[in-house]
Design a protein around this ligand. Sequence first.
Ligand code: NI
Length: 175
Amino acid sequence: MILDIKTFPDKVLRKKAEPVIEFNDELKLLLDNMMETMRANSGVGLAAPQVAVSKRILVIDTTQAEEEGSLLRVINPEIISEEGEQLGEEGCLSVPGEYEPIRRAEKIILKAQDENGKEFTLEAEAFLARVIQHEIDHLNGVLFIDRLPSYKRDTLKKAIKRRIAEGDYIVTGME
Ligand code: NI
């Protein structure tokens, strides 16, 4: 089932998401629906708060963007180490149509659980590392636009207000 994606400035995007404790069929169904929703919107990642579920759950699909892409279901993620720096353009399904260069760590080590609760660690770099960092931000109520210098963030917010007024941006909730 394709779920509705919440957009900035919806306040559900600002909540700190809760850890997953039960690894049951409900979780697996949510993961399937998130995968389907991400694909339907040509996204490379989706965090549960973006579909109004305030839990620490991500799906990632870089198989269209990279030759050896990754398809991941990630529960209770934690970055346990990071190294280096990269600057690259980011967008977000919750801030549709806006793209800005964002600084991220170049390499990370991710510790998380799979859909059955089994722990795993994953070393990621470059694009995949960027996607993971962007999605984990969502679990902490942080959007990529928060990482912009304030003057750029203000310009972007004004552009979105204008788009809302013109009916060119779907509002799902307020701040
Ligand atoms: Ni996003």
